[in-house]
Design a protein around this ligand. Sequence first.
Ligand SMILES: NC(=O)c1ccc[n+]([C@@H]2O[C@H](COP(=O)([O-])OP(=O)(O)OC[C@H]3O[C@@H](n4cnc5c(N)ncnc54)[C@H](O)[C@@H]3O)[C@@H](O)[C@H]2O)c1
Ligand SMILES: [Zn+2]
Ligand SMILES: [Zn+2]
Length: 374
Amino acid sequence: MRTRGAVLERMGLPRPYGDSRPLRIAEVELDDPGPGELLVRMVAAGLCHSDLSSINGDRPRAMPLLLGHEASGVVQAVGPHVSRFAPGDHVVLVFAPSCGHCLPCAEGRPALCEPAAVAAGQGSLITGAKRIREGGQVIDHHIGVSAFAEHAVVAEASCVRIDPSIPLDRAALLGCAVLTGVGAVINTGALKAGQSCAIVGLGGVGLAALLGAVAAGARQVIAVDISDQKLQVARDLGATHTVNSRDPDALAQLRQISGGGVDLAVELAGVVPALEFAYEAARRGGTVVTAGLPNPDARMSLAPVTLTAGEKSLKGSYMGSCVPMRDIPRFAEMMMAGKLPIEKLVTHELTLDQINEGFERLADGSAIRQLIRF
Ligand SMILES: NC(=O)c1ccc[n+]([C@@H]2O[C@H](COP(=O)([O-])OP(=O)(O)OC[C@H]3O[C@@H](n4cnc5c(N)ncnc54)[C@H](O)[C@@H]3O)[C@@H](O)[C@H]2O)c1
Ligand SMILES: [Zn+2]
Ligand SMILES: [Zn+2]
């Protein structure tokens, strides 16, 4: 079938993106779903900084690429040997599918699935197939999802079914911002009720993490960003304190608020100064979680003795260390119960044709989550 989607052909075009238009809306050809694959009609897709990082070159990928990885939709058709899904199912797309058989999958860490990482690097589905073409040229899938299109062929391993009573537009955010942010706090960081927590970087992912820390019962949720506007949003969402990390005494402020440092500091900005701040913000014996994805050439500096003598833990968090089949239904139910009000993260709704303007807003910091409605 034919569908419309946003294709990225070249990284690093200059801003403003409304003028350089790095994403071209193309009519592409989708193959029928093969074995273990589904055809999904997209309902909503969110604009995430990880997409922006492929546009600006911080997270290089092979091109041409049909971008987008945070989305929800409805199954339209199923390929051969699909038993878990049927047409009409409501699904959240997952950007790290899992094979169920490799060592990380066997250890209960599906976000680290080895075949999924290989497929992501090759721009294919985890089934090995590439199903998108334009005029005879093959277009890569983006981490198995390629959400910025009216339809997508995806592996069933890249989908989690949700209850049809859950509004599908809001559910899109479950696939990345919520899995990553809430998961970084409660799975990777294992935050306990009564602990103190700092959230460093307050975009869609960071503010989802903040909602997770509030829901988990942290006694202090200290929100940190370089933008006063984001700090105000954080207060509205339940932060107990805010610190602008551009202030020369920002770290001293945080240590004063928390009595020497927080139990858990989570970095979700994607830049090294934010990670270094989070590291310093954790108390002796505390935990630092990093979920940001800086440029692969970036390096952090830390004094190893503080890691040793302070018994700090520094942990990476990919997709919030989530098990999507377990966590998406849980987080969806929390959302429906008002315990994770993620709809408050949506600042803009767009059409597919407005996508370049949307990425300009994400780059200049004037939007939190923006949803494309199909
Ligand atoms: N680990 C994962 O699985 C995963 C998944 C999704 C996104 N990410 C990454 O998470 C990061 C955040 O994504 P997003 O969509 O929320 O981005 P965003 O652009 O919406 O938000 C980033 C925020 O960080 C703030 N910031 C920038 N420099 C800072 C500093 N020095 N100190 C404190 N705050 C600072 C910005 O002001 C902004 O509010 C990105 O790096 C993205 O690639 C990781
Ligand atoms: Zn994302
Ligand atoms: Zn696996």
